[in-house]
Write a protein of this length. Structure first.
Length: 235
């Protein structure tokens, strides 16, 4: 029986010389649990239609080997482009595992180092999905049989992307609108075109002050320690 962190996140059962599929995995130590079950291909309820209805999706080529800043720059811009086109973004699975500082102390570099990771290796999925879950879907959706059956179209022409953004603002049919799967090869160029069409991140994300919750297991800033006392310091 595998611990949730070992199975879903550290992939200990895939470590060199220790490859062994566990009989059962306990979904502890990972949040949100539904996200991890879906993303790792362990969600066995056929609820695709109930979950998505007639929604359309956006996929894109997320380059490998990027810095942490570049990885999230691509991801954030992809979310903006997806919303601008009225589609749900399928999250990437090719973020750079080497940017996760936890892999070395957990001795996971042997099988994850130099590889590809999902966003949950760098951000708390429960918090991210709590704020933006209606805009995105887990990367594992790419392997779902129902998703793979959907008609797909690639849209790389800047003029078509611009027209699609403008048409959506006017409530008109957009290029690629008949294809529930739309794929963009160059998300940064697509983001530039979307921005020039007048759709920016301020229409997607909200910037505001947020107190650091006492229960989060991370180092706290000076303001937090000054308010809550010595116990709040990281050792």
């Amino acid at each position: 029986v595998a611990h949730g962190m070992n199975y879903f996140w550290l992939r200990a059962h895939q470590a060199p010389g220790k490859e062994k599929q566990p009989v059962m995995a306990h979904a502890n130590g990972v949040d949100g649990k539904e996200y991890f079950l879906r993303d790792r291909g362990l969600w066995y309820i056929d609820d695709f239609d109930k979950r998505f209805g007639r929604e359309s999706f956006l996929t894109y080529d997320h380059p490998t080997g990027l810095s942490l800043k570049e990885d999230f720059q691509h991801l954030v811009e992809a979310v903006v482009v997806a919303v601008a086109l009225g589609r749900r973004l399928v999250l990437p699975a090719t973020m750079n595992c080497d940017n996760c500082p936890a892999l070395e102390p957990y001795k996971a570099l042997s099988h994850l180092g130099g590889g590809n990771c999902t966003f949950d290796y760098f951000a708390w999925s429960q918090s991210f999905l709590g704020h933006h879950g209606e805009m995105v879907a887990e990367s594992g959706l790419m392997h779902h049989p129902r998703f793979r059956q959907l008609p797909q179209r690639s849209l790389d022409n800047p003029d078509e992307i611009r027209l699609a953004v403008t048409a959506r603002r006017k409530g008109e049919p957009a290029p690629g609108g008949q294809s529930r799967r739309l794929h963009l090869a160059n998300i940064r160029e697509s983001y530039r075109v979307v921005s020039e069409a007048g759709f920016g991140p301020w229409e997607v994300f909200e910037c505001k002050h947020h107190d650091w919750p006492v229960g989060w297991m991370a180092c706290r800033d000076q303001r937090f320690v000054a308010y809550h006392g010595e116990f709040a310091k990281c050792e």
